[in-house]
Design a binder for this molecule. Structure first.
Ligand code: 3H9
Length: 703
C-alpha cells in the first residue's frame, strides 16, 4: 500500500484505511493505494468482507481539487478502480463520518453497503466548482435514490445530514460511536448474515419514474436560471444518461465532466475555492497566537445593520446584547430581527422553537454599562466620524480589559477610531455587508496598532458565524468600497454623458453581475451613498472636481433615496426598477452645469471597460499599497460582498484573462479621450510593470 492508504486485518475483515489529511481527498495516490489494497484482498480468500474507513475528522471530502489543473488529469483510472471495488465478490462496506462529499460520495456509492455516524454530512458539491460528479456520481446516485432527488442534490450541491441520507436510502444505517468500531460491527453483521454483494451499477432507472418532459423542463430551467454556468446543463444531461446502460452513461459523464474541468468558468470557481481558504491565513501571524475567548457580544446600535449583525451571533449560539438610546429604537430593532426570523420559519428554514431559542439569546438595553461583561463589542452606529469617535471613546471606558472593540465603519479611518478608545491594540474593524445576516463577506480591518491576537480571534469568530473574512489595511473604503468608489464614479460620468441607468446596469449584468451599479446603490440607499461621499469630502479625500459623484449628491438633495423612497437612479414599481425620465433630465442638467458633453454613441463595451478597468486598476493599487495581502483576497471581497460573478473568478482573476496589456492600453485610451486632470485614468505602477513583463496579477507576491 502507499503511505496514505493501508490495508489492515481485523479478523476476517480487511479494513482499507485512508489517511490523507486534512480532508482525505481522493488523490491519484489514494487511488493507487486502493488499487494495491484490492490486489491484496483479491489474493487473500481468508477475508470475508472489505471495509472502507478514513482516519481523522472526515471520510473522503472529494476528489483532490489541487490536481484538476493538471492537463493529464483523468477520472478513468479512478472509475476503473471504483469498478473493481464494486465488482468484489465479498461484501464491501463503507463507514462514513464527517463530510462525505463529491468523490467521497462516489467512493461510498461504489461500496455495497453504507453505515454512517449521526452528524455526518452528505453532498455532491461539484457544481459549486463549476463541474459535475466525475466518478460516476451522476450514474450511481440516480440508480440508488431516483432521478428527481439525485438531480436536485447534484444540481444544487446542497448538503444533507445523516437522517435525510437514511431516509433517501443513501445509507443503510446510522449508528452512534467511534467510526472504525461502528464500521467493524456493521461488517460483522454483514458477514454473519451472509450478505451478498449489492451493486448499484447493476440497477436500472425506470424511465417512468419521472414525467416524460422532466429532462426537457430541467434543461429549460438550467438555460433560463443558470445561463452563465455550463455545469447546470451538463449535469442534467449526465443525470439523464443514467437511464441508459451503465457503460454508455459512464462515457457520457466522462465527456461532460472533461468539458467542464477545462472550462474557464470552473477554473474561475476553483480559484475562488482556494482564494477563500487562503484569505483566512494572515502573513506573519504566528500559528500559536493565543486567542481571546468570545462567549458574549455587545452591539451598539440596533438599526438594520446592528440587528443583522446580532443575528449572526444568535445563530451561532452566542448571547448578544443590543444597546440603543431609546426604547422605541430598541423595540423597532428587536422587532425587525424577530420578523426576519419568522420569515425564515415561514419558509421552513427554522422551526418556531429555533426562532425562540435565537431570540432568547438577544437582549436589549438602554444602558451601555450592560457592555461591561462582553468579550467583543461592535459599534454599528451611523456612519459619521464625530459620532463614531464619541462612541469609541465611551467603549474604551465601558468595556472590560481584554475585550475586543470593533467598529463596523464602511469607510472611516479605523486608526482614528482606535485612538479614540484609548486602547488601540484592542481595536479592529469588522465591516459587515448589508443585509448583515445574509451577506457572506466580512472585511476585517487591521489597524496600525491592532494586536495580533485580536486579529486572529476576529478571524476565528468570523469563521464561527459563517462569514468569509478578508483582512484589509486602513484606507478610505478599505478594499471593497474603495474599489466601488471608482466604479460608481464612472457610472455617474456615463450617465452625465448620456447613458441610461438601465444601459449601464445591463452591460455589467450581461457579464453576470448580480446587480449593476445604479440598482445596487438604489438598494443600499442613495442617502447612505451620498453621505459617504460628503463625509469623504469633509475629510479632504475628494478630487478637486465639481462634477465628481454629482448625480448621487443631486438625487440625495432631491430626497430620491432609492428603492425605499420609490425613486433614485430609477423610479420604482414596488421593488421593480423602471426607467425614469426625471433621472435623464437630472443627468442632462448636471452635464450642462459641469460642461460635460452628451453623446449618443456609448456602447456596451465602453460601459464595461469604463466601469471595470478603473476598478481593476484600483485593485492593483490596493495590492501595491499592502492594503490587501493577495489578489485572491480582492476577488473574494467582490464575489462574496458585491455580487461579482463567481464564474468570472473576481475582478483581478478576470483582469488576468483579459490581459493586463489590453487593460493598460484602454485606460490610456480613456485618459486621452476623456482627459485626465484628476488622474482617474492613470495606470497604476503595478499594472504597468506587470503588463510590461507580460506577467499576471496572480503572479504578484507581496515583497
Ligand atoms: C470532486 O470530488 C470531483 C469528483 O466528482 C471527481 C474526481 C474524483 N481537494 O475548507 P477547509 C483543503 S470535486 C483538495 O478550510 P473545513 C482546503 O484547501 C470536490 N483540498 O476545512 C484546506 O487546505 P489548506 C468535491 C481540499 O473544515 C483544507 O483542506 N468536494 C479539498 O472548514 C481544509 O479545508 C468538495 O467540493 C479537496 N476536495 O471544511 C468539498 N477540500 O489548509 C470541498 C478541502 O491548505 N471541501 N481541501 O487551506 C469543503 O467543502 C470543505 O473543505 C470541508 C471541510 C467541508 C470538507
Amino acid at each position: 500500500m502507499t503511505k496514505t492508504v493501508y490495508l489492515q486485518r481485523h479478523g476476517a475483515i480487511a479494513v482499507l484505511l485512508i489517511a490523507n489529511p486534512p480532508v482525505n481527498a481522493l488523490s491519484a495516490e489514494v487511488i493507487a493505494g486502493l488499487a494495491a489494497a484490492l490486489d491484496a484482498f483479491e489474493a487473500d480468500r481468508s477475508y470475508a468482507a472489505f471495509l472502507v474507513h478514513c482516519e481523522g475528522r472526515t471520510f473522503v471530502a472529494g476528489g483532490d481539487i489541487t490536481t484538476f489543473d493538471d492537463p493529464k488529469f483523468s477520472t478513468s483510472l479512478y472509475n476503473r478502480t471504483l469498478a473493481r471495488l464494486e465488482a468484489l465478490d465479498r461484501p464491501v462496506a463503507a463507514v462514513l463520518h464527517g463530510s462525505v462529499l463529491g468523490g467521497g460520495m462516489e467512493l461510498a456509492l461504489s461500496c455495497h453497503y453504507r453505515v454512517a455516524t449521526p452528524r455526518t454530512q452528505f453532498g455532491m458539491p461539484e457544481v459549486k466548482l463549476g463541474i459535475l460528479p466525475g466518478s460516476l456520481g451522476t450514474q450511481r446516485l440516480p440508480r440508488l435514490i431516483g432521478v428527481a432527488l439525485a438531480l436536485d442534490l447534484i444540481a444544487s450541491g446542497r448538503m444533507i445530514d445523516s437522517g435525510a441520507a437514511l431516509k433517501a436510502g443513501i445509507v443503510d444505517e446510522v449508528t452512534e460511536g467511534v467510526p472504525l468500531d461502528v464500521g467493524l460491527d456493521f461488517a460483522k453483521v454483514l458477514i454473519a448474515g451472509l450478505a451478498e454483494p449489492r451493486r448499484i451499477s447493476a440497477q436500472k432507472v425506470s424511465p417512468d419514474s419521472v414525467p416524460a418532459d422532466f429532462f426537457t423542463q430541467a434543461l429549460d430551467d438550467a438555460a433560463r436560471r443558470k445561463a452563465f454556468y455550463p455545469s447546470a446543463r451538463n449535469i442534467v444531461l449526465a443525470v439523464q444518461a443514467s437511464m441508459l446502460p451503465f457503460a454508455e452513461g459512464e462515457a457520457i459523464e466522462a465527456r461532460l465532466f472533461e468539458e467542464l474541468r477545462v472550462s474557464p468558468e470552473s477554473k474561475a470557481m476553483r480559484h475562488l475555492f482556494f482564494a477563500e481558504r487562503q484569505a483566512a491565513k494572515i502573513p506573519g501571524l504566528k500559528k500559536d497566537v493565543l486567542l481571546r475567548t468570545i462567549a458574549s457580544v455587545g452591539i451598539v446600535g440596533a438599526g438594520t445593520m446592528g440587528g443583522g449583525i446580532a443575528m449572526n451571533f444568535a445563530n451561532a449560539g452566542i448571547p448578544t446584547v443590543l444597546i440603543e438610546t431609546s426604547q422605541a429604537a430598541l423595540d423597532r430593532g428587536l422587532g425587525l430581527v424577530r420578523s426576519n426570523y419568522e420569515a425564515s420559519a415561514a419558509k421552513g428554514r427554522l422551526t418556531s422553537a429555533e426562532v425562540e431559542q435565537r431570540m432568547a439569546l438577544l437582549r436589549g438595553s438602554l444602558d451601555d454599562t450592560a457592555l461591561a461583561d462582553c468579550d467583543l463589542v461592535i459599534e454599528a452606529v451611523f456612519e459619521n466620524m464625530d459620532l463614531k469617535r464619541q462612541v469609541c471613546a465611551r467603549l474604551g471606558k465601558v468595556c472590560k480589559p481584554g475585550a475586543i472593540i470593533a467598529t463596523n465603519t464602511s469607510t472611516l479611518d479605523v486608526d482614528v477610531l482606535a485612538e479614540a478608545t484609548g486602547r488601540p491594540a484592542d481595536v479592529v474593524g469588522m465591516h459587515f455587508f448589508s443585509p448583515a445576516n445574509v451577506m457572506r463577506l466580512l472585511e476585517v480591518v487591521r489597524g496600525a496598532k491592532t494586536s495580533p491576537d485580536v486579529l486572529a480571534t476576529v478571524m476565528q469568530v468570523a469563521h464561527k458565524i459563517g462569514k468569509v473574512a478578508v483582512v484589509s489595511g486602513v484606507c478610505y473604503g478599505f478594499i471593497g468600497n474603495r474599489m466601488a468608489e471608482v466604479y460608481m464614479r464612472e457610472a455617474e460620468f456615463l450617465m452625465m454623458e448620456g447613458a441610461r441607468p438601465a444601459e449601464i446596469d445591463g452591460a455589467v449584468e450581461g457579464l453576470g453581475m448580480a446587480m449593476g451599479p445604479c440598482r445596487m446603490l438604489d438598494m443600499a440607499g442613495i442617502d447612505v451613498g451620498a453621505k459617504t461621499v460628503i463625509e469623504y469630502g469633509k475629510a479632504g479625500g475628494l478630487p478637486p472636481d465639481d462634477s465628481y459623484r454629482a448625480v448621487v449628491q443631486k438625487l440625495f438633495e432631491l430626497g430620491r433615496f432609492g428603492q425605499k423612497t420609490g425613486a433614485g437612479y430609477y423610479a420604482y414599481d414596488g421593488r421593480k426598477p423602471v426607467a425614469d425620465p426625471e433621472t435623464v433630465r437630472i443627468s442632462q442638467a448636471l452635464a450642462a452645469a459641469h460642461g460635460i458633453e452628451q453623446r449618443s454613441d456609448i456602447g456596451k463595451q465602453e460601459i464595461i471597460e469604463r466601469l471595470l478597468y478603473p476598478l481593476i486598476n484600483e485593485g492593483a493599487k490596493i495590492l501595491e499599497e499592502g492594503i490587501a495581502y493577495r489578489p485572491g483576497d480582492i476577488d473574494i471581497v467582490w464575489t462574496a460582498g458585491y455580487g461579482f460573478p463567481d464564474h468570472q473568478g473576481g475582478p483581478l482573476w478576470m483582469a488576468d484573462r483579459i490581459g493586463l496589456t489590453a487593460i493598460a492600453e484602454r485606460l490610456s485610451h480613456y485618459a486621452k479621450v476623456r482627459g485626465n486632470p484628476f488622474g482617474y485614468w492613470t495606470v497604476s505602477p503595478l499594472l504597468t510593470s506587470l503588463a510590461q513583463s507580460d506577467l499576471r496579477l496572480s503572479d504578484w507576491q507581496a515583497s
